[in-house]
Design a protein. Structure first.
Lengths: 241, 239
């Protein structure tokens, strides 16, 4: 491995990192809102909403993300009505098309994770909240949602990592994020291994940090599962005796 | 010239793309099947290394699954396609050929899909093996079965039964991942749709058709998987 080349590659790839992160963050944020809406539609008991959410999840999980990206970026421009609409400045932009496709895609996967979380909330908790006189919205905000989030967090963490990886597909529609820059350097120099190692290292680093962050949030959200500190110390002291 | 309608594209006639799209879909299935098989072989070794390998093997298998689950699949395809081409070109130069020789896209794609799905296969097999009761293996030892017989008659069938749902998920992932192989120029379903979109100026129609075909393949395979699960858990009593 050529050290100087590796360093240069690292510098160019890191300069593309903000774009990867902003793609992922925007898509995850927008996707989360849509996912929550879908999960609520799926658990609402209203037949039309339920079936819409089912169909949505089926379609977006059953087709490759790349096809979804192409359908939005290349496909929509086929219609003059779209080209002349006020949305055209957004739909013409590769960045926003990628964000849209990634958000729509992650929403399908995340909605199933959130639905699992919602279903795991014990009925007794909801009944207790109702018995305390909380209105429906407050029950949802104070009881159901926090419990569901805590339950769904590990699965959601995996989905966020998938999204970080999925942003690489944006490079195929000309966006120069980390994989895009890596592909350019590879095709210019044909030194695939060095570039691969550097790009791989960057993605691994992001995903490692993300995993840690999720673990930290998980830890913060579950104080009730931990022994109080002095109790733990007492237990240790007890063992030592 | 009038543009062909959506259903004209799907016909077998001179304007129709049905034949080309079917060939593309078949290529997609071939890539996915080859990648899946390679992944299953890697996964078997990976799981074996994690379960009963020595320290070095275990660390290597852990590193493999961690790395492959943390980096984008597209990067692996680039590595194999461009790295493979560079390697072949330099080998070619040794034998006096000059100029660029490209690595076959199908091979690069199938290998890349196999290597990435191998990490998932490893975890599926390892989890499934762990679900096999110790008692079953002890009973086999007590009956005097040899190591290979034990593996063939007891461990492999039971592990496979537990692995089936996970294997089904991996297949769905592999099927969708095969679309990325289109960047190497292999004319699979997505690449064929790109060609059609380019020559007719109807990208929406073509990508929509591609999406529907992917959906159909994944639906049919999930039905088949459910049948297989039912078949292989005949002997299991359900509470």
């Amino acid at each position: 491995m050529d050290w100087e080349f590796t360093q240069e590659t690292f510098v160019s790839l890191v300069s593309a990192l903000p774009l990867t992160l902003s793609l992922a963050a925007t898509a995850i944020a927008l996707g989360a809102i849509l996912a929550l809406a879908l999960a609520l539609a799926r658990t609402s008991g209203i037949l039309v909403l339920d079936w819409f959410a089912r169909a949505y999840v089926f379609v977006f999980r059953g087709t490759p993300l790349l096809v979804q990206i192409f359908l939005i970026y290349y496909g929509l421009s086929q219609f003059p009505a779209v080209r002349h609409s006020i949305f055209w400045p957004v739909l013409r932009d590769a960045y926003w098309c990628a964000v849209m496709a990634l958000s729509l895609n992650t929403a399908a996967y995340a909605s199933e994770i959130i639905r699992g979380g919602l279903l795991s909330v014990p009925h007794g908790q909801v009944e207790a909240a109702r018995a305390s006189g909380m209105p429906r919205l407050m029950v949802f905000r104070r009881i159901v949602l926090p419990l569901a989030i805590r339950q769904a967090l590990p699965g959601y963490g995996n989905e966020m990592i998938s999204m970080i990886k999925a942003t690489s597909l944006a490079s195929i529609i000309t966006i120069m994020e980390v994989t895009g820059v890596a592909a350019r350097i590879i095709s210019e120099t044909y030194r695939a291994i060095e570039v691969f190692v550097v790009a791989g290292f960057i993605y691994l680093a992001i995903n490692f940090l993300l995993t840690r962050l999720v673990q930290l949030v998980e830890f913060k959200l579950s104080p009730h599962l931990r022994q109080p500190e002095n109790a733990a110390q007492m237990a240790i002291a007890g063992d030592a005796r | 010239m009038t543009q062909p309608g959506f259903f004209d594209l799907l016909s077998f006639g001179p304007d129709g793309w049905a034949k080309a799209l079917m060939a593309g879909a078949w290529m997609t299935i071939l890539i996915a099947l080859s990648g899946y098989t390679i992944g299953a072989i890697i996964g078997t070794f990976g799981a074996w290394a994690k379960i009963s390998g020595g320290k070095t093997l275990r660390v290597a298998a852990d590193a493999y699954t961690t790395v492959l689950r943390g980096i984008p699949d597209l990067l692996v395809i680039y590595l194999l396609y461009f790295g493979g081409s560079a390697a072949i070109t330099s080998i070619g130069r040794l034998f006096g050929a000059d100029g660029f020789i490209s690595f076959p896209g199908f091979l690069a794609g199938a290998l890349a899909v196999g290597i990435t799905s191998g990490a998932q296969h490893t975890e599926v097999f390892r989890g499934a093996f762990k679900a096999v009761h110790r008692g079953e293996i002890e009973a086999a030892i007590a009956c005097g079965m040899s190591r290979s017989l034990r593996f063939r008659r007891i461990i492999a069938p039971l592990t496979l039964r537990h692995a089936l749902p996970g294997l089904g998920n991996v297949w769905q992932v592999v099927l969708k991942e095969s679309a990325l192989v289109s960047i190497t120029g292999v004319v699979e379903l997505l690449r064929q749709s790109q060609i059609g979109a380019g020559s007719t100026g109807l990208p929406f129609d073509f990508y929509l058709i591609a999406a529907l075909i992917y959906l159909a393949i994944s639906t049919v395979s999930s039905i088949a998987m459910r049948q297989a699960e039912r078949h292989f858990s005949r002997g299991v009593r359900r509470g």
